[in-house]
Ligand binder design. Structure first.
Ligand SMILES: [Zn+2]
Length: 203
C-alpha cells in the first residue's frame, strides 16, 4: 500500500493555477474523528479552517464523535506529539489512501515548522491535505495548491490569508472520490437492510 506524506520544501515556487470551484455539494458530510490535543481551542480553530478549505471543493466535514465515529467510512485522525527523528524525516503527516488505516498528524513537527501565529493555519491545511488524499483515494500530489507535496514560503503566505486553493485536477478527483464514497455507503446501507429483513443472508 502506498503512503502519502506532506512535507516542507526550502525553495520558493509561485502558486500557479487558480482554484476551480465545482458547482454543487458533493453529498453527505465526511465524518472525521480526531484525538483531542492538549490545546483543544487551537484544534477547534484548525478544524473550522479545514472545513472552509474543503468547502472550496464542495466537501462538508462532520467533526464527529461517539456513534458517528463507528461508521465504516468515518476517517480517524491521530495526533502524534512525540515524533522520533527517524519517522519519515521532513514529513508533517501521512496516511494510506484506499485503506482503512487512519491519518497520522505529526503534531509536534507541525508546531515546530512555523511561527506560533501560523500554527493553526498550517494544521488546518495539513488536515485538509490528508483528508483530500483519503477522499481522492490517491497518493498523488499536484503542482500547486493544497495538494502540493512540499509547501514553500509562498504557500505559507497564502495559507495565512486563506488563499491557497486546489488545482483543477484535484477538484475533479475529489468529485470522483466523493461519488465512490456515496456509492459505497449506499451499497453498505443496502446490505444492512437485507440483513435486517433476512438475518440468515450472507452479507
Ligand atoms: Zn500528500
Amino acid at each position: 500500500m502506498k503512503m502519502a506524506a506532506i512535507g516542507i520544501a526550502a525553495g520558493l515556487i509561485a502558486v500557479g493555477k487558480p482554484a476551480v470551484r465545482p458547482p454543487a455539494s458533493l453529498g453527505p458530510p465526511v465524518v472525521v474523528c480526531m484525538d483531542r490535543p492538549a490545546e483543544p481551542t487551537m484544534l477547534y480553530r484548525a478544524q473550522l479552517e479545514a472545513s472552509e478549505i474543503l468547502s472550496l471543493v464542495s466537501v462538508s466535514v462532520d467533526w464527529g464523535s461517539g456513534r458517528a465515529c463507528r461508521e465504516p467510512d468515518a476517517i480517524h485522525i491521530h495526533l502524534n506529539s512525540q515524533t522520533s527523528e527517524s519517522m519519515m524525516p521532513g514529513a508533517l503527516a501521512f496516511c494510506r489512501p484506499g485503506s482503512n488505516t487512519d491519518i497520522q498528524i505529526l503534531y509536534d513537527r507541525v508546531r515546530a515548522t512555523v511561527a506560533p501565529d501560523m500554527e493553526v493555519h498550517l494544521l488546518a491545511y495539513v488536515l485538509a491535505h490528508e483528508l483530500t488524499h483519503m477522499i481522492e483515494g490517491e497518493t498523488r500530489h499536484s503542482e500547486t495548491g493544497v495538494m502540493k507535496a512540499h509547501w514553500t514560503a509562498h504557500d505559507y503566505l497564502a495559507m495565512s490569508s486563506g488563499g491557497l486553493g486546489f488545482a483543477a485536477e484535484d477538484v475533479q478527483l475529489v468529485q470522483r472520490g466523493m461519488a465512490i464514497r456515496l456509492a459505497n455507503r449506499q451499497t453498505q446501507s443496502g446490505k444492512n437492510i437485507r440483513a435486517l429483513v433476512d438475518p440468515s443472508r450472507d452479507n
